[in-house]
Design a binder for this molecule. Structure first.
Ligand code: NAD
Ligand code: FE2
Length: 387
């Protein structure tokens, strides 16, 4: 048996309450953490959907005051994190609740980092840069999704550099994640499709990642199965609570997998793209997915064959090349069925943008666990193929 440290695996996860109505445990947890005043981080869309007022009412019913911070854009920006930190300090808050998709949740993580260190969020880019504990984080995800509510990642946009950067640390795993499928019922079909494909990409990238292992594989495979079986039906029936619960469970499992196994080239390239053109994260992933699978397949064929089987492709008697083609065709068809057939070109990317995009993608930490080593030229070619 090898004693190489490279073979060791760790698994980090928050306390999770999963199921319809779990959001109402928010005040109970705030009390457990001894919170006196909460910063409630969300955004205008989630406010309009009614979830902010509900969380506020739950906290108020237990006598816990909170202050709203809602100036969060999709692809949250560094200056929004800094503004949220000022509000946290000005109102003397001592815990953070986020209700929203990945953007408010990542902004909330950033606010926690800034108030704990008294620094600037840009100084915390990279892996294991958090030096002191951050305030208690209680998250209620409203998309299914990024799973920022279970992950060791915070992704922040830096408009000055036109890129998104990653902060990766177990310190940004929330203390509690209240995963309530009912909160996703207000998502429209396009948002459901983008976020669902993001979750599917998390599962696939985690499974083929060089950081994968027995602690994450079962979560990744089950996530693929659940999302593949339910996402198309959900986009056609967005008010179906049972389908919402299945896709939410899949998203959570994908989150547990990728948080611990890390991701790959789709996310490295999608972070670069999302920072450059401010596009929805799931849409960026969707436009890159099959092109990265085509690039990666030969580097981990046995892993991709498991992916194909899990997505319901009958691989018996097929050559490796045929399985690769069927897997790519399946992913393209799934994307079409949920209404995400666009290319990078249709989203406004030009060939002349590729060098800038590739330069940032090869610097993203997610590229390090991609199953195939990827140089600047490789990444540029994949972007060109996705145009
Ligand atoms: N931290 C992580 O682990 C991680 C992982 C993947 C992606 N991300 C990041 O998360 C961000 C994307 O998050 P997202 O895809 O969840 O979307 P989002 O948070 O950016 O929200 C997109 C839009 O959907 C609206 N919305 C969200 N939930 C809703 C609901 N239930 N009902 C109605 N409207 C709703 C929001 O108001 C917003 O306008 C990106 O910045 C991405 O880089 C983070
Ligand atoms: Fe993602």
């Amino acid at each position: 048996m090898s004693n190489s440290i490279a073979q060791l695996r760790k698994f980090v996860a928050p306390e999770i309450i999963f199921g319809d109505g779990s959001r109402h445990a928010v005040a109970n947890y705030a009390q457990t953490f001894g919170a006196h005043r909460i910063l409630l981080v969300s955004d205008p869309g989630v406010l309009a959907a009614g979830w902010v007022a509900e969380v506020e009412a739950d906290l108020a019913a237990c006598g816990i005051p909170c202050h709203r911070f809602l100036q969060v854009s999709p692809n949250p920006r560094a200056e929004e994190v800094m503004a949220g930190a000022r509000v946290y300090r000005d109102y003397g808050c001592d815990a953070i609740v986020a209700v929203g998709g990945g953007s408010p949740m990542d902004c909330a993580k950033g606010i926690g980092i800034v108030v704990a260190h008294d620094g600037h969020i840009l100084d915390f880019e990279g892996v294991d840069t958090i030096r002191v504990p951050i305030p208690p984080l209680i998250f209620i995800p409203s998309t299914a999704g990024t799973s920022a509510d279970v992950s060791q990642f915070a992704i922040i946009s830096d408009p000055q550099r036109r890129m998104k950067f990653s902060i990766i640390s177990k310190s940004v795993v929330p203390d509690v994640s209240l995963i309530d499928p009912q909160v996703t019922l207000t998502m429209d079909p396009f948002l459901t499709a983008c976020t669902g494909v993001d979750a599917l990409v998390h599962a696939i990238e985690a499974f083929v990642s060089t950081g994968s292992g027995p602690l994450t594989d079962s979560h990744a495979l089950e996530a693929m199965r659940l999302i593949n079986a339910n996402l198309v039906a959900l986009v056609d029936n967005p008010h179906d609570g049972e389908l919402r619960a299945q896709v939410m469970l899949g998203s959570m499992q994908a989150g547990l997998a990728f948080s611990n196994a890390i991701l790959g080239a789709v996310h490295a390239m999608s972070h670069s793209l999302g920072g450059f053109l401010d596009l929805p994260h799931g849409l960026c992933n969707s436009m890159l997915l099959e092109h990265v699978v085509a690039f990666n397949f030969e580097a981990a064929p046995e892993r991709f064959i498991r992916v194909a089987q899990t997505l319901g492709i009958d691989c018996r008697g097929l050559s490796q090349q045929s399985i690769k083609q069927r897997l790519i065709a399946h992913l393209v068809e799934l994307k079409r069925a949920v209404g995400l057939a666009g290319t990078l070109g249709s989203a406004g990317v030009r060939s002349s943008d590729v060098p800038f995009l590739a330069e940032h993608a090869v610097e993203d930490p997610c590229i390090l666990t991609n199953p195939r080593r990827s140089c600047l030229r490789d990444v540029a070619v994949v972007y060109e193929e996705a145009l």
